[in-house]
Design a protein around this ligand. Structure first.
Ligand SMILES: NC(=O)c1ccc[n+]([C@@H]2O[C@H](COP(=O)([O-])OP(=O)(O)OC[C@H]3O[C@@H](n4cnc5c(N)ncnc54)[C@H](OP(=O)(O)O)[C@@H]3O)[C@@H](O)[C@H]2O)c1
Length: 326
């Protein structure tokens, strides 16, 4: 089959369209003819050789797919050949064919295209895990979502609103309006003003209950200052760096804060299946009704995958960058 391969670890110029062995489905797996996949930061890191795929996963890039089932394993009972499915992968999405465990696959809502479906799994599952499983976000609570216009951020804004929370975000100037359009109550241009001051002004010095953070080091102390009593900080990435020079831990103590970190890809298959099923029960009806929307920045043909990677690395996207396969 055709697949995007990495010639050798390095920049986007290392990505080539080549040939790779077509995978075979195990008894509980589906072989899917991939119509679309989407980019994730993990892909750029894996391309550079800094983020090896988990044991047993395909070495091909690609953490999500949308496509049509070509073959269902002997013990599969939920889906059959010809069904349209989408879902999260441990790897292998940048290819004509990919394998997904039947329990990880979700049916594509009739109103969504393959491109739209491919833009959902990684970011909505990550946002759901952060807001609901880790952050325990409750209706009426306040959440601050950093990088609000990122793929995960755009999913988190919509899910938090659907959960009945008040939503604050940070984003760079050109992306502020997009965050408001998605339902954020307050969007802070973090390059213009210190976000902690804005958060505290907006909330009458009360702060927020949950923070979803991708920046880490440079935001840590400001995040602690923005959290209210019993607040929860969920760290999902360290785009700004991993070190903090000085931390006043007494604030963590006095406010009874919880600080959590997580990576979705390192979770067990059982965990990912439960998370997928939990999100699907909540979100699929909302995707069908249009209340939730995949946010697509751009769609690239897979011949232009290198250009798509460069675009993501320049922080230009609002929402997902999708790759059309074949
Ligand atoms: N832990 C997990 O399970 C998990 C799962 C999925 C993704 N992630 C991680 O979450 C992050 C977001 O993923 P994504 O796919 O949604 O990313 P994305 O769509 O590429 O968006 C990332 C955005 O973050 C902002 N940003 C980048 N560097 C920054 C910095 N130093 N300081 C402040 N803002 C910065 C930029 O937006 P502005 O222009 O607004 O600054 C950028 O467009 C990535 O690091 C990814 O690896 C983690």
């Amino acid at each position: 089959m055709k697949a995007i391969l990495v010639k050798q670890p390095g920049g986007s110029e290392q990505l080539i369209l080549g040939e790779y062995e077509k995978p075979k489905p195990g008894p509980t797996e589906l072989l899917v003819k991939v119509h679309a996949t989407a980019l994730n930061r993990a892909d750029t890191l894996q391309r550079e050789g800094k983020y090896p795929p988990p044991k047993g996963a395909s070495p091909i890039l690609g953490l999500e797919l949308a496509g049509v089932i070509e073959e269902a394993g002997a013990n599969c009972s939920k889906y059959k050949k010809g069904d349209k499915v989408f879902g999260l992968l441990p790897g292998g999405g940048y290819a004509e064919y990919a394998i997904i465990d039947e329990a990880m696959a979700m049916p594509i809502p009739e109103n969504l295209s393959f491109e739209e479906a491919a833009a959902i799994p990684e970011v909505f599952l990550t946002a759901w895990q952060a807001l609901v499983w880790l952050g325990k976000l409750q209706p009426g609570e306040r959440v601050l979502i950093h990088a609000g216009a990122s793929g995960v951020g755009t999913a988190a804004i919509q899910l938090a609103r659907a959960l009945g929370a008040e939503v604050l975000v940070t984003a760079s100037e050109t992306k502020i309006q997009a965050c408001l359009d998605l339902g954020a109550h307050k969007a802070i241009n973090y390059k213009q003003v210190p976000f902690d001051k804005e958060v505290l002004d907006y909330t009458n010095n009360e702060g927020v209950d949950v923070i979803v953070d991708f920046i880490a080091g440079p935001y840590f102390n400001q995040n602690i200052d923005c959290l209210r009593l019993d607040g929860r900080l969920i760290i999902l990435a360290s785009l700004g760096g991993g070190k903090v020079d000085h931390v006043e831990l007494r604030k963590v103590l006095a406010k009874r804060l919880q600080i959590m970190g997580s990576t979705l890809r390192s979770r067990s298959k059982e965990y990912q299946i439960k998370l997928t099923q939990d999100l699907a029960a909540f979100a699929l009806p909302l995707f069908r009704s249009g209340k939730l929307k995949p946010v697509i920045d751009s769609v690239y043909s897979w011949e232009n995958v290198a250009e798509a990677h460069r675009y993501m690395e320049q922080n230009k996207n609002t929402g997902k960058i999708v790759l059309r396969i074949g």
